[in-house]
Design a protein around this ligand. Structure first.
Ligand code: TMP
Ligand code: CA
Length: 359
């Protein structure tokens, strides 16, 4: 089956996280700083697009960023703990939709969207994921969708921010030819300089060269990779590195409400979706939670862990509705969003194993 790979990359991640928790800074240039032990010193971790317009970029010394900044530029010290929490939530959404996920950094992952239904289905799926990350967490990302890791990665950077770029297998050759060699993985400034000396500026220029020519300059491995990439060849598989620890689904209510009837309808709608997803993992789970986001955007979680696995959606529904009822009795806040989460997965075969054991 033809491989279909997406590279999902959250836009200007640390800065977007800051915009998320403090919308009053939206529309302003934002620079996230990794402070140094020396006073007034540090390096730029990232910047939002308004700051990038002023040429303030990742890796730049703070002193230079301050020279380039306008008066309304906001400098914020990096709060990695918070960014990792946000990242965790993003990956929970991704894990819900995709079985094979290779996380490569706090804000980037390869997703395996291979299926017999091909690219059209993969496109629909990735659009769903992008929309869910936006709706559930308020974050934008950029995605590349293609048949290899490196083309997916290259494609992801074409329509940043908030862009989806699809390069179909039949389009790869044309797409690659016009790219600068510096866009290929492993081609940094030093390699680029050596290639430019040989009048190789674009991937198209690489096509008339052989591996043998490059071995003395770059060594065996790099020379082969360079030629492979220039032809669109990349055999690297997605190596799933995320263990599913929980599954959740969250929905926005039509109107903020504290009515049990209205909220419970959504819970009853979400429960079978989450339950069916959990079955796909082949693992049983013992904990159920409801997630509530109130009208002031606070997130509240109420959980219950059973001694035995939860083996039916009606059992899950009952637990969630009980949790909802007791929450509404003790709180008078209005609910904006409601979610259901299952967690505490076992290592066995879950529901299947349990049925088998009882035979
Ligand atoms: P991004 O901002 O381009 O999305 O990059 C992802 C995050 O990685 C970014 O928000 C902060 C972190 N980062 C650094 O700390 N230093 C760097 O040089 C780069 C490129 C990113
Ligand atoms: Ca990013």
């Amino acid at each position: 089956m033809e491989k279909i790979i997406a590279l999902l990359d959250l836009d200007y991640f640390y800065a977007q996280c800051e915009e998320l928790r403090n919308p009053s800074i939206l529309e302003k240039p934002i620079v996230i700083v990794m402070p140094s032990i020396r006073e007034n010193s540090g390096v730029v971790a990232t910047s939002n697009y308004l700051a990038r317009q002023k040429k303030i970029r990742s890796g730049m010394p703070l002193s230079l960023a301050k020279k380039l900044a306008s008066e309304d530029t906001i400098f914020i010290n990096a709060d990695k703990k918070y960014y990792f929490e946000v990242s965790k939530k993003v990956f929970e959404v991704i894990d819900f939709y995709v079985e094979k996920v290779e996380q490569v950094s706090v804000d980037e992952a390869y997703l395996d969207l291979t299926s017999p239904e091909g690219f059209e289905k993969a496109k629909q799926k990735i659009e769903k994921i992008i929309a869910a990350i936006k709706l559930e967490l308020g974050l934008t990302c950029s995605v590349g969708l293609s048949s290899t890791k490196f083309i997916a990665k290259m494609a992801s950077s074409i329509n940043k921010p908030n862009g989806l770029t699809i390069i179909l297998p039949k389009e790869v050759e044309k797409f690659l030819k016009k790219q600068r060699v510096s866009k290929l993985p492993g081609v940094g400034p030093k390699t680029e300089k050596k290639l430019v000396q040989k009048h190789i500026l674009f991937v198209n220029d690489l096509l008339s060269h052989s591996v043998e020519e490059f071995i003395p300059i770059f060594g065996n491995v790099k020379a082969k990779k360079l030629i492979d990439f220039s032809k669109g060849v990349d055999e690297r598989e997605i190596i799933p590195n995320r263990e599913k620890k929980q599954l959740s689904r969250i929905l926005t209510l039509e109107k903020d409400t504290n009515s049990f009837d209205k909220i419970s309808k959504k819970v009853s709608f979400i429960v079978p979706i989450v339950f069916n997803e959990s079955k796909k993992t082949g693992k049983g789970f013992k904990a159920a939670s409801i997630i509530l986001v109130n009208s002031t955007f606070e997130t509240i979680t109420r959980s219950k862990t059973q001694v035995e696995e939860i083996t039916s959606d009606s059992e899950l529904e009952k637990i969630c509705l009980n949790l909802l009822q007791s929450y509404l009795l003790e709180s008078n806040s209005y609910i904006r969003r409601i979610g259901v989460r299952v967690s505490n997965f076992d290592e066995g075969l879950g529901v299947q194993k349990k049925l088998f054991d009882y035979k």
